[in-house]
Ligand binder design. Structure first.
Ligand code: 3EB
Length: 337
């Protein structure tokens, strides 16, 4: 059991992610359980308690708990299960298995955003998408990931979500059929969308990656929380996969992408920090998605060198959105001054 990472530098009602301690969190907003066993339904509401999302993957066993330590109201509406505390909302929904995902993903996304907004949380800043058969073709011969991207694209058009308001996102595979997704939204103010100069923005990807590009930003910064929520980051330079099927080089490129994203120049460029700030970035909770079980120990070793021994890291073995990708890393981080 890892030690939960409790932040000591601020009030205890801040948004926090804890790995592995579902029982140790007083007021969870939402609980995501990564496991090898499929549960049906995967998204559940519990009377008076935070919703749970079960994600079946090839290997792992940990819970990811989002909490703020304020009292949580939980419920369900329009097929969306949620927990909210007055400032933050966690919402989750499941799109059932289908021959193609596009229109169901579109509808479920629109419903989830509208449900969050109706509860009073219009600013969605972070999303996770778990896509069944992610790199296989659907009934139309379209890769499931591209099919998913089409549904998300149409939903964001309909919601009139501007590119500067795109949430940070992770989209990886699950053993379950269909698409499970969960999101974080807040009431009072939106996030700063942070892009990465080594990667072109997802919304500008050329059509070879799908008729609709991946609509996400590389990280979402919450200024009042001093919290940076970093999207799933992989070995992609420009819009191309770098070092297809080469694990050491993909690790190096992914760490390089994270360094450039969180580097002082990039944070200044996006007005996350001021010109004279000299603080450094501190990673708190890291999640690492690895395609092959046999690669986990190598990636763990590289992560311990990159993030240090004190950062909490959860490993998930599952498929990734492009067949040539072997590893993808997301994180939460704060800026210390
Ligand atoms: C990429 O282009 C591919 O589609 O939501 C990372 C994080 C990736 C999120 C998404 C895709 C998505 O960087 C990997």
């Amino acid at each position: 059991m890892r030690q939960p990472t409790a932040r000591q530098d601020g009030p205890s009602d801040r948004l926090t992610c804890v790995l592995d301690a579902p029982g140790g969190v007083q007021h969870p907003l939402g609980v995501v359980r990564y496991t090898t066993i499929s549960s049906s339904p995967a998204v559940r509401s519990h009377p008076g308690k935070a919703p749970t999302v079960d994600v079946a993957v090839r290997s792992t066993q940990f819970a990811e708990v989002w909490t703020t330590n304020r009292r949580v109201t939980a419920g369900q509406a329009n097929g969306v299960t949620y927990g909210h505390d007055g400032e933050y909302a966690f919402c989750a929904a499941q799109v059932p298995a289908a021959a193609s995902y596009g229109s169901d993903v579109r509808d479920a996304y629109i419903t989830a955003f509208e449900t969050a907004a109706n509860l009073g949380y219009p600013h969605v800043f972070r999303m996770w998408n778990l896509v069944g058969r992610i790199d296989q073709a659907n009934a139309d011969g379209l890769a499931a990931y591209q099919d998913f991207c089409r549904g998300r694209g149409v939903a964001f058009d309909k919601l009139a979500l501007p590119y500067v308001r795109l949430p940070a996102a992770t989209t990886v595979g699950t053993l379950d059929d269909g698409v499970t997704f969960y999101l974080l939204a807040r009431r009072s103010t939106g996030h700063l969308a942070v892009e990465n100069t080594r990667q072109i923005p997802g919304y500008r990807y050329p059509e070879r990656h799908g008729s609709r590009p991946p609509l996400l930003t590389r990280a979402a910064f919450l200024p009042d929380e001093n919290l940076l929520l970093i999207s799933g980051t992989a070995s992609i330079v420009g819009h191309r996969t770098a070092h297809a099927h080469d694990l050491p080089a993909q690790c190096r490129t992914t760490f390089g992408n994270l360094a450039s994203l969180t580097g002082r120049d990039n944070l200044r460029r996006h007005a996350v920090i001021n010109l004279h700030d000299t603080g450094s970035i501190e990673f708190h909770v890291v999640k690492v998605y690895v395609r092959h079980q046999a690669d986990v120990e190598y990636v763990r070793h590289r992560c311990h060198i990159a993030f240090g021994e004190t950062t909490d890291i959860g490993f998930v073995v599952t498929d990734l959105c492009r067949p040539d990708l072997l590893v993808e890393i997301e994180a939460t981080a704060t800026l210390s001054t």
